[in-house]
Design a protein around this ligand. Structure first.
Ligand code: NAP
Ligand code: MG
Length: 495
């Protein structure tokens, strides 16, 4: 059986107490790899390695073009190993093989974007208002330092790249901690990075418990920044714990996004889009369109078509290329999702289709659509992270916006309409980080992604995402070298 070791300071090593944990296939229950489980001491060791690498300048002071070249080697390694990575991702996370294949492709694409951005000078010459004409003013974007990167289990490889890419492009050194549920592809990535010219200690990858090693990264005074994706609950804990040395934090947390179908939408397309928005990766997707808001004028026709489409989805083996819906990640998540189905019924919502598990031992849950939902119900307010869609009827655009914004979250959202101006007006009124019009889920490497309200702090992707791993430094260079020509006060003191 494959065994993965901790990757610290360019060396693969066992954890200090030699313990391991299992990589489990959620569909078959099979244990297919062993992963070294880092202790708090190992996490400290990884931080020391990243700190030493950062302070030495081996990465941050490398010419940008060189950083970019090495990051492109990672892209090549991902591409060369795409098939194997997709297979491992599907085995470890229960992702359908179709989606896992796309994830690997998107991971390579994103890393390539960040590799290119590593070569872009974000420094600026800014006009000095303080001493117009006599000062040069430079805005430098310097790497924030050592970054601790903590990621969830739903998109393991993609999340690893989304964190490593901007941090490395900015010149930081890193410690990446994947989720225990899905640590395999991050460990594969460690092996791939080790084959590149990446200097030792710049990238450290350690697996293990969030409350032990994640917590160590958050509390360790030698870590300057935490980039976290995960639940809002853990995000809040991290925010509190990171206060010790006033770490910079970026949090990408939960969501309960509204997907709004207007009465002038193409019904067939928006039905397809609603299914894609809600059931992508078994609904275990932070920006998923889990609240579907449908205009009353088209409601009946839309719901009939939605029912027909969802009931034909194929739930089963994620390795089968024709499967639409694989297992949820683990037993705990399975029970949680099934309890939400129960709660939806108890609150008076009606199951349009689905609602059952075709095979509990394989952690399968039918794609489930609830109708007769109102926005006060638990299934409309809480993030479920499973294949459950709550449909809410609305009568006009204003009401749709009001319902959409009546949430503690603000991560994604959609609008379906033939009228771009009308859709744009709604998109502008939605208090959320991303809105897709006549589409859903598409990430654009150049567009910032992140949350309003309790969906997070900060942004990933694009220049905004890279800036999250930098400190802005202003350097003022005064060109007056003669004291007699210098005035220290700008204004005349009033009598
Ligand atoms: P989670 O329980 O919050 O865990 C996320 C990561 O944090 C894991 O690596 C976890 O480690 C670690 N962790 C747990 N406690 C910690 C602590 N006290 N200090 C430091 N790290 C700690 O989330 P999840 O269950 O893996 O993922 C599902 C959640 O992620 C959903 O709520 C979803 O909305 C959110 N999510 C958000 C986005 C986004 O971009 N906004 C994307 C994907 C997912 P272990 O689990 O290994 O112990
Ligand atoms: Mg697993």
């Amino acid at each position: 059986m494959e065994k993965y070791l901790l990757y610290i300071n360019g060396e693969f090593k066992e954890s200090s107490d030699k313990t391991t944990f299992d990589a489990v296939n959620p569909y078959s229950g099979e244990v297919f790899a062993q992963i070294s489980k880092a202790t708090a001491e190992d996490a400290k060791d990884a931080v020391r390695s990243a700190r030493k690498a950062f302070d030495s300048g081996i990465w941050s002071e490398l010419p940008r073009s060189e950083r970019s070249r090495i990051m492109k080697q990672i892209v090549d390694k991902i591409n060369e190993n795409a098939k194997q990575l997709a297979k491992l991702e599907a085995m470890d996370s229960g992702s359908t093989i179709r989606k896992a294949g796309e994830d690997v492709y998107l991971s390579a694409r994103s890393m390539n974007y960040f590799a290119k951005m590593a070569d872009v000078d974000l420094d600026e010459n800014i006009e000095g208002l303080s001493r117009p004409g006599v000062s040069k003013n430079i805005l430098r974007r310097e790497p924030v330092g050592v970054a601790g990167l903590i990621i969830p289990w739903n998109f393991p490889l993609k999340m690893a790249v989304w964190k490593l890419g901007p941090a490395l492009a900015a010149g930081c050194t890193v410690i990446l901690k994947p989720a225990q549920e899905t640590s395999v592809t991050a460990n594969e990535l460690a092996r791939l990075i080790d084959m590149t010219d990446m200097p030792k200690g710049v990238v450290n990858i350690i697996s293990g418990s969030g409350s032990i090693i994640g917590n160590e990264l958050v509390n360790n005074a030698d870590v300057d920044k935490i980039g976290f994706t995960g639940s809002t609950e853990v995000g809040k804990t991290i925010m509190i714990n990171a206060a010790g040395n006033l770490k910079k934090i970026t949090l990408e947390c939960g969501g309960k996004s509204a997907n709004i179908v207007l009465d002038d939408a193409d019904i067939d397309m928006s039905v397809d889009g609603a299914v894609y928005a809600a059931f992508y990766h078994q609904g275990q997707c932070c920006e998923g369109g889990t609240r579907l808001l449908v205009h009353e004028k088209i409601y009946d026709e839309f719901i009939a078509k939605l029912k027909s489409k969802v009931s034909k989805m194929k739930t089963g083996d994620p390795m089968d290329k024709t499967s639409d819906n694989g297992p949820v990640i683990n037993r705990k998540q399975f029970d949680l999702v099934m309890n939400y189905i129960k709660a939806g019924k108890e609150e008076g919502a009606e199951v349009l289709t689905g609602g059952k598990s075709p095979d509990e031992s394989r952690l399968l849950i039918e794609p489930t659509v609830f109708v007769n939902v109102n926005n006060k119900m638990k299934i409309a307010r809480e993030e479920i992270f499973g294949p459950i869609l709550a449909v809410i009827k609305f009568k006009d655009d204003e009401e749709a916006v009001r319902i959409a914004n009546d949430s503690i979250y603000g991560l994604g959202g959609g609008v379906w309409s033939r009228d771009d101006a009308r859709a744009l007006k709604i998109a502008s009124a939605m208090r959320t980080g991303t809105v897709w019009i006549n589409d859903y889920h598409l990430m654009n490497d150049r567009a910032p992604f992140g949350g309003y309200k309790q969906s997070g702090i900060g942004r990933e992707f694009g220049i905004d995402g890279i800036k999250e791993y930098t400190e802005a430094k202003h350097i003022h260079i005064d060109e007056i070298k003669d004291l007699n020509k210098k005035t220290w006060y700008k204004t005349v003191v009033p009598d």
